[in-house]
Design a protein around this ligand. Structure first.
Ligand code: NOJ
Length: 757
């Protein structure tokens, strides 16, 4: 046990070490860290690998004695705490009271904004606007860093083809190329030019790897796929994030090839470090090390040793490194090199963040007060939120609501401010998200009146469980009373705006659903409202694709607003009023039926393909009772205007293996209002050594066009776009014929043939 006197003496030594050995330039990093490590005891080294949680818990386990462990040098960082003052207190303990005064790193899940919240990541992906996504990450980083955070557990780049999985809400959707572009934009937004700038934060790319492909869409479940599929269909976003300079990665909970990712040296060392050259830090997920005991991989000591050896540097919450690595070293189960390697990566991370220069760089309370949730950011959030909404239907131009004098806002999500931001936001008590009703009153004034109409879920207990603290207040009214009130309001109105769908916590972590439809009481109410004959606009709240077959056929308009952040209320109202013309496009297919899952646009060619537009044929790859196509395809979204896209034209129909050609289309705004169209480029490799997808997204461009205006959009087709990982996992371009396709979504495409000689 250290006495108070020894602590003070050692602190003096620690402070002196950090004071005298201040790093000047990255070139000094190695010598600075060599010097620091030469002074560290084994216990202190292992301490750097320990990452407890404090404050916001995101799992069952909780870290105890956080302050005491910091003081004793048993902690490398803390996550879940926020607030400059709070974080300064913990940093003070590390810097002033631990023997070597090594500063802590502070992590937090800044998933879609900090206090100013942006749309959920799946919604951000719908913008197909990389500068908007970069900006959202930048603002989130500015706010979070002013509030003490220097490390964010984002971007989440898990490609997902199964909307039953609740965490599809947190990621980029079903496509690796779009996911990769988003990953780069977010890393740029968070990390900026220099990680030492006080308004930048280190990104943590997660969840490495394949967390988005659990069997049956059930969270934390097994992942099983070939390496070829991993490399061709899932890996690109992680790789792009690493290449963009992301400072850290998080190992995922799932297994790959029956080895948990946390202890999977193929993923963490061979792929990430040796093949991609990643030199940052890898952290486990929350109790990810401990959970390997339940995976059946070994006891507490064994799982810690396996994780460290495979390449997991920091142990989040399990305390397994802290409690067992010294013993494992003694017993030869890990080596000193294993420990030193991980310690160096943690110290390098702190060095890159400039924490050795100034451990308090992110704890300026004045900057925090001036930055967090400031009006300018909220205004930007409102504008950006509107960019992420996807107009799925708009029959007879019912939207925008131009002429309506009496608008009935009906539904359990119509006046629920708490449900607006979406899963995984970290609100302070004084952050006040705007409800849709408030937002609509601001834009439409007295024209809008509200009735709840029904509860979100029939089962009150389930509603509480899925949505802790956030379920819309139950009014105490009976279902019949609520319905009668809604029908009366509908009868007195010109148009119904139905605010319905999922509660925000029905997606996110631990939120898988099997039957992904609009919950029953809401669907029943929609059917009753339909009987009134009034036009119905469904404002759909959801964190995942839902099956909307009835809604598509029966409703006049469907505006998918996902969960659009703290300013969602105003942003939705702006779109309903036509102040903003919606331009979002789906980053994921909306299934026709749950039994179709997984359904995604880039499926593999089969030996018995189905001709398009034909119903069931025996001995073909299809269903007797539903089509193969999803209800709404990847890349789809309407606008208040109409666009025309000309057939794709190639600069040449032949290309050398090291050459390029261009593919161009002309887009014209044929309607009466300005709008934005996203032109998408897809490629199909018609003959290859291995079977290839029917099409793959390889480029996109979002253009703004005034009424009558035309623009040419040109893509350069490069050899890289034509390559893939063959059966031997070599990245190859095989000469031959390729189809080059362009259009407004993954189904409506014109095509030209390209031969690579
Ligand atoms: C578990 C989640 O899987 C991960 O995404 C998150 O960053 C950690 N908890 C920390 O909260």
């Amino acid at each position: 046990m250290l006495t108070k006197k020894t602590i003070i003496t050692l602190f003096a030594a620690g402070a002196a070490l950090c004071a005298t050995a201040k790093p000047k330039a990255p070139a000094d990093m190695d010598s600075f860290i060599d010097n620091l490590m030469s002074k560290m005891t084994l216990e202190e080294k292992i301490g750097q690998l320990n990452l407890p949680v404090s404050g916001i818990l995101t799992g069952d386990a909780k870290s105890e004695n956080v302050a005491e462990n910091i003081r004793g040098g048993h902690t490398g960082g803390v996550f879940g705490v926020k607030g400059a003052a709070e974080i300064r207190k913990l940093q003070d303990i590390a810097v002033k009271e631990s023997r070597l005064g090594i500063p802590l790193v502070f992590g937090l899940d800044v998933i879609h904004g900090y206090q100013t919240t942006f749309p959920i990541p799946l919604a951000q992906a719908s913008s197909w606007d990389m500068s908007a996504i970069e900006r959202m990450a930048q603002i989130a980083g500015d706010e979070a860093s002013s509030s003490g955070i220097n490390w964010v557990y984002s971007p989440m780049v898990d490609v997902c083809r199964d909307p039953r999985w609740g965490r599809i809400a947190e990621g980029p959707g079903e496509d690796p190329y779009l996911g990769a572009e988003i990953a780069k934009a977010m890393v740029r937004g968070f990390q900026g030019e220099d990680l030492k700038d006080k308004n930048t934060v280190m990104a943590c790319v997660k969840h490495f790897a394949l967390y988005g492909a659990p069997d049956g869409g059930r969270d934390y479940n097994t992942v099983d796929m070939s390496r070829q599929r991993l490399l061709n269909e899932y890996i690109l976003p992680y790789k792009a994030a690493a290449e963009a300079g992301a400072g850290s990665f998080m190992a995922s909970f799932n297994t790959f090839e029956n080895i948990p990712a946390t202890a999977n040296s193929y993923l963490l060392t061979d792929l990430l470090r040796k093949q991609w050259g990643f030199d940052g830090m890898v952290v486990s997920d929350y109790t990810g090390v401990l959970e390997m005991i339940s995976h059946g991989i070994g006891d507490y000591q064994t799982v810690a040793a396996r994780a460290l050896k495979a390449g997991t540097d920091m142990d989040m919450v399990s305390e397994a490194y802290k409690n067992t690595l010294a013993k494992s070293l003694e017993e030869g189960k890990v080596s000193m090199e294993d420990i030193d390697r991980a310690v160096r990566r943690v110290l390098e991370m702190k060095y890159r963040l400039g924490l050795f220069d100034d451990p308090y760089r992110y704890t300026d309370t004045k900057r925090e007060a001036a930055t967090v949730y400031k009006p300018a950011y909220r205004e930007e959030a409102r504008r950006l939120a509107a960019e992420c909404m996807v107009l799925l239907e708009n029959k007879d131009g019912v939207l925008p609501l131009k002429g309506a004098e009496k608008i009935a806002l009906i539904g359990p999500l119509g006046n629920s401010a708490a449900n607006m931001p979406g899963m995984w936001s970290v609100p302070d008590a004084d952050r006040k998200p705007v409800s849709l009703y408030e937002g609509m009153k601001e834009v439409f004034g007295d024209k809008v009146r509200y009735a709840k109409g029904c509860d979100a879920l029939a089962d009150a207990e389930l509603e509480k469980k899925v949505s802790p603290g956030q379920n819309p207040e139950r009014t105490g009214q009976s279902a019949a009373e609520m319905k009668a009130e809604a029908l009366k309001l509908a009868a007195e109105s010109d148009v119904i705006v139905a605010a319905m769908g999922e509660l925000s916590e029905m997606t996110g972590e631990g939120a898988s659903r099997a039957n992904i439809v609009v919950p029953e009481p809401q669907e029943e109410l929609l059917k009753a409202l339909k009987e009134t004959g009034k036009p119905i606009v469904l404002v759909l709240f959801t964190g995942r694709p839902l099956v909307l077959t009835w809604e598509k056929d029966n409703l006049d308009a469907i505006l998918n607003v996902w969960f659009a952040g703290s300013e969602a209320g105003g942003a939705i109202a702006d779109v309903l009023a036509g102040k903003v013309n919606p331009s979002g496009k789906l980053p994921v297919s909306f299934p026709y039926h749950v039994g179709q899952i997984p359904v995604h646009y880039n499926s593999m060619m089969t030996g018995r393909p189905m001709p398009e537009g034909v119903s069931y044929i025996k001995y073909r790859s299809n269903y007797q009772d539903i089509p193969n196509q999803p209800l709404y395809p990847f890349g789809y979204g309407k606008s208040y205007t109409e666009f025309e896209i000309s057939p794709v034209a190639l600069s040449s129909s032949e290309m050398a293996p090291d050459g390029t050609v261009t593919a161009s289309v002309t887009v014209t705004n044929k309607g009466a209002v300005e709008g934005k169209e996203t032109v998408q480029l897809y490629i199909r490799d018609t003959v290859a050594e291995s079977t290839r997808p029917v099409k793959e997204l390889k480029g996109f461009e979002k253009v703004t066009l005034k009424p009558g205006e035309s623009k040419e959009v040109t893509f350069t087709v490069t050899p890289d776009m034509l390559k893939y990982y063959n059966h031997d996992l070599e990245y190859v371009l095989e000469p031959g014929e390729f189809e080059i396709m362009a259009g407004p979504d993954s189904q409506n495409l014109s095509k030209a043939l390209l031969t690579v000689k």
